[in-house]
Design a protein around this ligand. Structure first.
Ligand code: NAD
Length: 221
């Protein structure tokens, strides 16, 4: 099916739909109404209908959504129906933690290489993949198709390494270094800042406390 131009806000919500539908499949749920999906996801039913209508509306009046079909279709839209070979650059705490997370493979993200500058790490195996020295990276990229590079190295090295990756044909960078990278138009960069999520949590926590202190004061008066 040819999807029309989809807004960024909708695209952002798709992984969440995908995750909830995956849970429903595990619970052997075959179909679900937008109302029930809305209760589960804490999104309005009309938001769900609107979002899913972007893709031609997979639901049927009186039947609801076919969970497996919707899961597969959203998976296709998210590009999860193909294998994405990926490498990790920077095999420290975060790099090794991500390398150890085997669930990425289930979605088609296949780790094929891990690289670092630290000779102490050379040959250490993480989930069966030996850490290689960074100077072998260009050769590796010539010999192995790699689509995504995960950058988990210090921020002052991120630009330099991104350039090496781009020069050698890597088309997507999942960047964890605390720096926003400039990349050519044909290279996709997704910057991840866990600290931003933590700051949002902190904001919500302080808002909650403020409101509850005010509530308490009001009831005391
Ligand atoms: N974005 C986030 O949410 C988030 C969260 C935590 C950490 N970080 C960042 O991620 C990065 C890694 O954090 P960490 O805790 O794993 O640090 P770490 O020091 O444990 O690991 C960094 C690794 O990068 C390697 N390295 C240095 N230069 C390199 C190069 N040119 N090529 C390849 N490898 C190189 C080091 O040898 C080291 O093993 C840091 O920049 C950190 O600030 C980001």
């Amino acid at each position: 099916m040819e999807a029309k131009e989809i807004s960024k806000a909708v695209i952002k919500r798709l992984p969440r739909y995908y995750r909830y539908l995956g849970e429903l499949i595990e619970e052997n749920v075959e179909r679900i109404s937008s109302g029930d999906l809305s209760k589960k996801m804490h999104v309005t039913a009309s938001q769900i209908r609107q979002d899913l209508n972007n893709f031609g509306g997979f639901g049927q009046q009186g039947y609801g959504y076919n969970v497996h079909y919707l899961y597969m279709e959203i998976g296709k839209i998210l590009g999860l129906d193909t294998i994405h070979p990926m490498i990790i650059v920077g095999a420290g705490n975060l790099g090794q933690a991500l390398a150890n997370y085997s669930d990425f493979e289930k979605r088609g993200f296949r780790l094929v290489g891990i690289f670092d500058v630290n000779p102490v790490l050379e040959g250490i195996s993480v989930r069966g993949i030996g850490i290689q020295m960074i100077n072998t990276l260009p050769e590796f990229l010539k010999e192995n198709p790699v689509e995504i590079a995960i950058l988990t190295l210090p921020k002052h090295k991120a630009k330099e390494m991104a350039n090496v990756l781009i020069k050698n044909g890597v088309k997507a960078i999942w960047n964890f270094a605390h720096i926003d990278l400039d990349a050519p138009e044909d290279v996709i960069v997704e910057n991840v800042h866990l600290s931003e999520s933590l700051m949002t949590l902190s904001y919500n926590l302080s808002q909650y406390r403020k409101e509850h202190v005010e509530e308490k004061k009001e009831t005391e008066n």
